[in-house]
Design a protein around this ligand. Structure first.
Ligand code: CP
Ligand code: NVA
Length: 329
């Protein structure tokens, strides 16, 4: 498998075999790390991380991953560079390509990263856009595979804002890897029809199903993985909170949901998560709407079924795999 020089912008661009190869590579790199074996395979190269939105996991995974692979790394945050304000995406891409061997971008529309990649002569990786979050998917599938031994025949249910980047990407990755996918959400928040149709073709090829339902108990019945994400994503206006809370309260992942899933089901969340009031926004929501937990109850988040920190760790190994596979010569 040769992914050298490829961009990693969305999983629609990747085949099932390529995705499975990246998962295998991630497991190999994880083992190297656990055994404290040096894997400075990209020694002497440099990567640039562009973040127009905040991040903990993605930024740290790229930074630690780059260092583990022997590379130098520059972080450019939402302020402090010329990008977007005084310099176009096209010019930024051409400048950074002269200094770096790879570029990560987290920001707003998918169009921006597609433009960046068009003008960049080095690989560009998507660290999250409004539409997609492909590196997250590799960590999610790796976590599920580690837990259940294989992905075959499993059923993943996403509950919540099913139009967001994580839900869209889960729809794509599940249909590409033959995992049965259910989106459990109010109709108004179902993924766009065009993407669903595209993924139905993949699902058919890979022998899996795609179900969209508003009915929680029916939707989660027998599920092996219950997955949720925040109800309001980065870049959305804070005024949307009230509407989303009303729409999505019935889709909270709680004990009843987990009890109706398979008895061996696990809970996943890309994080960060509002499962208590120990955050600034969590407190504000409590004061404004009287809600102490949002997309997932603290009970489920802290339960044995919750694998969210295994999932967070796997961000490192999978992002490292993406950098290595696309940068090696
Ligand atoms: N899951 C995820 O992308 O987390 P960060 O926003 O912290 O990078
Ligand atoms: N849907 C979330 C994912 C965060 C990792 C957001 O875009 O804010």
């Amino acid at each position: 498998m040769n992914l050298s020089g490829r961009d990693f912008l969305k999983l629609l661009d990747y085949s099932k075999e390529e995705i499975l190869y990246l998962l295998e590579l991630a497991s190999f790199l994880k083992q190297k790390k656990k055994n404290h074996e040096s894997h400075r395979y990209l020694y002497g190269k440099n990567v640039c991380l562009l973040f127009e939105k905040d991040s903990t996991r993605t930024r740290c995974a790229f930074e630690v991953g780059a260092l583990d692979l022997g590379m130098g790394c520059t972080y450019l945050g939402p302020t402090g560079s010329q990008m977007g304000k005084k310099e176009s995406i096209a010019d930024t891409a051409r400048v950074l390509s002269r200094m770096y061997d790879g570029i990560e971008y987290r920001g707003f529309s998918q169009e921006i990263i597609e433009e960046l990649a068009k003008y960049s002569s080095v690989p560009v990786w998507n660290g999250l856009t409004d539409e997609f979050h492909p590196t997250q998917m590799l960590a999610d599938m790796m976590t599920i595979k580690e837990h259940f031994g294989s992905l075959k025949g499993l059923h993943l249910v996403f509950m919540g804002d099913a139009r967001n980047n994580v839900a869209n990407s889960l729809l794509v990755v599940c249909s590409k890897l033959g995992v049965n996918f259910t989106c459990c959400a109010p109709k108004g928040l179902f993924p766009k029809e065009e993407l669903v149709h595209q993924c139905e073709t993949f699902a058919r090829e890979n022998g899996s199903t795609i179900t969209l339902t508003e009915n929680v108990l029916e939707g989660v019945k027998g599920a092996h993985v219950i997955y949720t994400d925040v109800w309001v994503s980065m870049g959305e206006d804070a005024s949307i909170w009230e509407k989303r809370i009303q729409e999505l309260k019935p889709y909270q992942v709680n004990k009843t949901v987990m009890e109706n899933a398979d008895s061996n089901a696990i809970f996943l969340h890309c994080l960060p998560s509002f499962h208590d009031t120990k955050t600034k926004i969590g407190k504000e929501i409590q004061e404004q709407f009287g809600l102490e937990e949002m997309e997932v109850t603290n009970e489920v988040f802290e339960s044995k079924q919750s694998k969210v920190f295994d999932q967070a760790e796997n961000r490192l190994h999978t992002i490292k795999a993406v950098m290595y596979a696309t940068m090696k010569e």
